[in-house]
Design a protein around this ligand. Structure first.
Ligand code: FMN
Length: 349
């Protein structure tokens, strides 16, 4: 209730300020989650990590790792921090975040505003690894021509503290970034990051996060490179540069990435396609427009081992996490699955 009224207020103020307020409220501990234990059917081990449930917080909410203990406390099975770049950078000029309330969507062109890898490392050092799964999503600085050098630097600095790492080559707001998804560039980049990871004492699983705006050749290249390099998983997907018909015309033409409800179908289609192309051999994190247990279940059936969300949290508030988990457990039971793992990819069988 408290959140609902605070949320109505948040909805009226500038979206970026609302986001800072949400982070501040999380820091004070005012916003609390559902502390009940997760339904046992939701637990599974994916890329060597024991997830208590498959519902994660997507990258971009906690770019600097300021509130990961608190977001884990909301009931997420894992949280992903970042994107973080080697050097701190301010991101794009404001306004750069737009809330399309009627469409249950957001357009953002933040441009990797973040405090850099050292600040993140300082926050993660000394973290208790028993208190939840924390992934770190790596980006590159806008002024860095040698992309591989930045992802390798991120791997060296944060690999020791992260439960998993993500190579993010799919944000639409850093010029040239998404071109790193093409075969040769991607193979070279992944090789450089794997080399950096090989030198670490503890080697966290390495995932690749891709865009939803991929033509057939891109999808083939990504699947081949990911399998050949033995990446640990894919995250499908980032925001879209497409603008489906019917979006609120006040915002539809804003540059940036679109997330939320209009992204659900296209992102789920790419997820299913990459699941098929990788023969189900590579765990996939399904993200894009998840706002209910049905949405999470649809991603899992299409091939996701885990799901993430961000935009729906803006519109629904943190109670959403518990609702998705309980609803998902009920859907699994209804369909005769005793664990979430049994339902992964069943739409393809
Ligand atoms: C404001 C905002 C900032 C984001 N920043 C990042 C980011 O830094 N790195 C990243 O990989 N994805 C970022 N994303 C994308 C999300 O992680 C997610 O892939 C996308 O929003 C689709 O999920 P959703 O529909 O549940 O929001 C951001 C999304 C939003 C809305």
């Amino acid at each position: 209730m408290l959140y609902q009224s605070a949320f109505t207020l948040l909805d009226r103020i500038d979206p970026e300020r609302a986001h800072r307020l949400a982070i501040a409220a999380l820091k004070t501990g005012v916003i609390r989650g559902d502390l009940r234990a997760d339904p046992p059917s939701l637990a599974q081990t994916v890329f060597g990590l024991a997830f208590p449930n498959p519902v994660g917080l997507a990258a971009g909410f906690d770019k600097d790792g300021e509130v990961y203990r608190q977001t884990l406390g909301l009931g997420f099975g894992f949280v992903e921090l970042g994107s973080v770049t080697p050097k701190p950078q301010p991101g794009n000029p404001r306004p750069r975040l737009f809330r399309l309330t009627r469409d249950h969507a957001v357009i953002n062109r933040m441009g990797f505003n973040n405090q850099g890898i050292e600040a993140m490392a300082a926050r993660l050092r000394g973290r208790d690894p028993m208190r939840g799964i924390v992934g770190v999503n790596l980006g590159k600085n806008k002024d860095q021509a040698d992309a591989a050098a930045d992802y390798a630097a991120g791997t060296r600095a944060l690999g020791p503290f992260a439960d998993y790492l993500v190579i993010n080559v799919s944000s639409p707001n850093t010029p040239g970034l998404r071109a790193l998804q093409s075969r040769d560039a991607l193979a070279a980049l992944v090789a450089a990051v794997l080399e950096a990871r090989a030198l670490l004492k503890r080697r966290p699983p390495l995932l690749l996060k891709v865009a939803p705006d991929l033509v057939d050749a891109d999808r083939r290249d990504i699947a081949e490179v990911a399998l050949a390099a033995q990446l640990d998983g894919l995250i499908v997907s980032n925001t879209t540069i497409a603008r489906p018909a019917g979006l609120d015309p006040r915002f539809a033409q804003e540059a940036g990435g679109l997330s939320g409800r209009p992204l659900f179908e296209p992102a789920t289609e790419v997820l299913g396609d990459l699941y098929r192309r990788t023969g189900g051999r590579l765990p996939i994190v399904g993200v894009g427009g998840v706002a209910s247990a049905d949405d999470a279940y649809a991603k899992i059936r299409a091939g996701a081992s885990l799901v993430q969300l961000y935009t729906a949290l803006v519109f629904e508030g943190p109670g959403l996490v518990g609702r998705i988990k309980n609803g998902l457990a009920a859907l699994l039971k209804r369909d005769g699955f005793s664990t979430v793992a049994e339902a992964i990819g069943v739409d393809h069988r």
